[in-house]
Design a protein around this ligand. Sequence first.
Ligand code: COA
Length: 338
Amino acid sequence: MSPVPPLAQHASPGGSPLPEGWTARTAMADDLDRAHALVAEDHLDQFGEVDYSHDDMVEEWSELDPARDAWLVFNPAGTLVGYAKLNPRKPHWFECTSTVHPAHRHQGVEAWLVDRIGQHARELLPRSPPGERVLLAHLFNGRNEQEARLLESRGYVFARRFFRMQVEWKAPPPAREPPPGVVLRVFQPDREAAALHALHELSFADHWRHTPEPFEQWSAELRLERFDPTLWFVAEAAGELVGFARAREFSESEGWVRVLGVHPRWRRRGLAQSLLLRAFGELHRRGRHKVLLGVDSDGRSGALQLYERVGMRPVRLIDVYEKDLGLPRLSQGQTCET
Ligand SMILES: CC(C)(COP(=O)(O)OP(=O)(O)OC[C@H]1O[C@@H](n2cnc3c(N)ncnc32)[C@H](O)[C@@H]1OP(=O)(O)O)[C@@H](O)C(=O)NCCC(=O)NCCS
């Protein structure tokens, strides 16, 4: 077991203080269970259900360093009441979330976490490749006005709204034939991982805040214990991959479609619909009648209309507020422009 990190000062550097007697520290690997339990309680309170599984957190903590990027706040009784994390997977778009236990809200923990994560982002800034500005992005429940006001008071601005979409199939979903010349089948990770990575990059090149990802990083998911290639579907035409839908089981009754993309040359022919219905069909066969996914509320990509077309409806809002941290300046004493 790793040694317990030192407890933090009451105040995050330059930020608001914690109440007297409350403490904070960065996380250790074995904090994962309690951090997940806290997030689950927060979700239940805010949304009436939990859509972030223990596996999701395992996956996310594999992308960050909990001892550096995740912060925990404890009340004087030693109970975990707050958690925030910064995911540095994209070197110019740091993704953050913070959570406070429903019984301990509005006592200053929210502000402490936001300030601590902001400070941490500045500390990380010199590690990002130079030449491009770094944005700090906070994701939170779009109906949480207080979180929005808090972030605005710290210089964040509204950037984007995402919808959590949902559909529930009482009967098996209908199938839809792909366009002529296209075959749908299950992904074969041993021989086409590189081709799928290339198609992913091509399909998402114009997507909001997309950052090209090296193959090594993209393919980490293929090595996760829960990776199930029989829920990854690809569309092939004349020996080339032209579309894909990546789904997974979420709970005993729910599935997720995590990513869907179609080669630009093959768009507006019903291919995404065929892939989506194929994924819904397989999830339904496995007892996952409810399917969820996230989509940009900005309709310009066509993804929102596509999901509405297959019967999905928004059930949750996820807002992204951003703050521009400036340019990493490696050559000038590792300072950052703000
Ligand atoms: C979104 C995307 C998957 C759609 O793929 P597609 O194969 O072109 O979609 P389909 O042909 O099956 O479209 C089905 C329906 O969705 C809607 N739709 C799809 N693209 C649209 C667009 N650009 N504008 C408006 N509506 C659109 C339409 O209702 C369409 O039916 P119609 O053509 O009969 O009007 C594709 O544009 C893409 O890969 N975009 C980039 C990646 C992305 O945004 N993925 C989704 C988020 S995870």
